[in-house]
Design a protein around this ligand. Structure first.
Ligand code: AMP
Length: 297
């Protein structure tokens, strides 16, 4: 089993074509649903008592929700606006609400999870929760500008406490204060993390381990409508695939990154979470084959 911890949100997403108000989102939501296409995934997250029943139903269709806690108050909210190229997003508002003082616990049935993903979330909460698992074989975390700006030292501490970090290029540069992505990855490895995956949006990703660099392209798409959650879907697929294979050797990690690119591509084709819902195993396999054909020379 895989456990995913992080934000479950009501997102307002402003794209040039459409604005979605208070739709189901959150880094952990995208990651866990993406991972659920590979392995049973448990979600640890907090919602407020304004969380719509219809969104609860979506979560329960894909995930084990024993770790989902409802508190009095408002659900975490994120509001972001894309420019016309859909490649730059400006955060308009981050309202932590019930997430602010959440003290996460790990349900007994999740404690044996060998794979744990700490999605974008308060780094102090992420640090505290990873210690509560019995026997983690592979842990991975992500972060975002908001936490780097407000809790940089905790972000660094969190990175030290996991096996892998997955982070986007701009955030990697901001965090490490390096302009070059190789220097940036090396700095994170010096902090004590073994694997670094730097996501470059529509340009794919770079994976680093010891002296290995593995670049991978994104699955090329002509019609992108909403990139929200692409990075979380990438990471969820990655760790979901590793958990399914119960293996973290180098070639399995490289394959998991290709699954990450493919699930990220499903996420951006539709608004909100829709791209991740109702995809079949055969859709994933078909796209992996297309990807293989695309990069073979
Ligand atoms: P991505 O597009 O991969 O960066 O992920 C966007 C998701 O992350 C949205 O669904 C947001 O709800 C969530 N999110 C945005 N800011 C934060 C934050 N400061 N902490 C936790 N989750 C966040």
């Amino acid at each position: 089993m895989l456990t995913v911890f992080g934000s479950t949100a009501l997102d307002t997403i402003r794209t040039p074509e459409k604005t979605l108000k208070d739709v189901l989102g959150g880094a952990a939501t995208f990651a866990a649903i993406s991972a659920s296409h590979f392995i049973k995934s448990g979600l640890i997250a907090v919602i407020g008592n304004d969380f719509p029943k219809k969104y609860h139903n979506i979560l329960s269709k894909y995930l084990d929700l024993e770790g989902l806690v409802e508190l009095d108050g408002k659900t975490f909210r994120y509001d972001g606006k894309y420019d016309k190229t859909l490649s730059t997003r400006k955060t308009l508002k981050t309202e932590l609400n019930v997430l602010a003082n959440f003290k996460p616990t790990v349900p007994e049935s999740y404690k044996k999870s060998k794979f744990v993903y700490l999605a974008n979330n308060d780094p102090d909460q992420n640090i505290s929760i990873i210690k509560k698992f019995d026997n983690v074989k592979f842990s991975m975390c992500d972060t975002i500008e908001f936490w780097i700006q407000t809790k940089r030292n905790s972000v660094i501490k969190m990175i030290k406490s996991v096996d892998a970090v997955v982070i986007n290029d701009e955030e990697a540069k901001l965090l490490t204060k390096e302009h070059n992505l190789i220097k940036s990855a090396k700095k994170m490895m010096e902090w004590g993390v073994q694997y670094v995956i730097i996501k470059k949006g529509e340009h794919g990703s770079l994976f680093f381990f010891e002296d290995v660099i593995f670049p991978s392209v994104a699955f090329s798409l002509e019609n992108v409508v909403d990139p929200t959650g692409a990075g979380d879907s990438f990471a969820g697929a990655m760790i979901g695939y590793l958990a399914k294979m119960n293996n973290t050797d180098l070639s399995t990690i490289k394959k998991s990154i290709i699954y990450g690119n493919v699930l990220g591509s499903f996420a951006v084709e539709k608004y909100g979470l829709d791209g991740l819902l109702n995809i079949k195993k055969s859709d994933i396999t078909k796209r992996i084959k297309q990807y293989e054909k695309m990069v073979k020379f």
